[in-house]
Design a protein around this ligand. Structure first.
Ligand code: TYD
Length: 227
């Protein structure tokens, strides 16, 4: 774990900057992250960038196994610390095996969820505390933070309605109460407010096209501002 205490909830010192660009999508369940992550990847590919689109938990063989363990019903009781450690273990593998090598090659890496999800779901909604969950994840990732986090904001009612329309069986986290999802939403907004330079916060009720245009514009700005 790190011994230093960063100034804001999701900032921390890490190794030097990577060559590629690291973009994370965050938001509550049903916010539309996966669709927008896919659209962004397609636009950047079409513009000639090398792109890696990946997701959490997952992105490696071990991460996909851990995904089933932590999200599927029927594994018996999964207490909050165990849950946090499984997400962090999947993330450690994801960063070491997939994300850092791609960034070192100069790719744009787009991940559907990252550390912000652990801080919000395990740290706040499960009540483990922001600091310990952040520190665990700084250790797991050797301090790798996204260059830009896109937060798609929808309230818990909208998220629930979209999940219902989706018709898929809700996983362990999705089937938590509206209060849980309200805490998730508020905590994401608090994280973004603490680091406005690293976040793009968008109202998830906007049209697919408007969202994708704004996201592409923001990512392009960050790419162009790089040396
Ligand atoms: P997923 O199928 O990716 O949901 P979504 O399409 O909404 O992103 O499921 C991931 C679930 O796991 C989601 O409910 C959020 C939760 N989660 C955590 O609680 N902590 C984490 O660190 C991560 C990455 C996800």
């Amino acid at each position: 774990m790190t011994s230093s205490s960063p100034a804001t909830p999701d900032s921390a010192p890490g190794p030097g900057p990577a060559r590629g660009l690291f973009v994370a999508f965050e938001g509550g369940d049903g916010a539309g992250k996966s669709t927008q992550a896919r659209l962004l990847a397609g636009s950047l590919l079409a513009a000639g960038h090398e792109v890696l689109l990946t997701r959490e938990p997952g992105g490696t063989p071990i991460g996909e196994k851990l995904r089933s363990l932590v999200l599927e019903h029927g594994q018996g009781e999964v207490d909050a610390r165990t849950e946090a450690l499984i997400f962090a273990a999947a993330r450690a593998a994801h960063v070491a095996q997939t994300i850092r090598p791609a960034l070192d090659r100069g790719s744009v890496v787009i991940t559907d969820r990252y550390i912000g999800s652990s801080i919000v779901y395990q740290g706040v909604a499960r009540g483990l505390g922001i600091e310990p969950v952040r520190d665990l994840n700084v250790w797991a990732t050797d301090g790798l933070w996204p260059d830009l986090t896109v937060l798609l904001d929808v309230d818990e009612g909208e998220g629930r309605a979209r999940r219902a329309a989706d018709d898929a069986v809700e996983d362990r986290l999705e089937s938590e109460s509206d209060d849980f999802h309200r805490d998730v939403r508020t905590a994401f907004l608090d994280l973004a407010e603490a680091r406005p330079d690293s976040y793009l916060v968008l109202d998830g009720r906007r049209s697919l096209e408007e969202l994708s245009e704004r996201i592409l514009a923001a990512v392009t700005r960050v790419l162009e501002a790089r040396p």
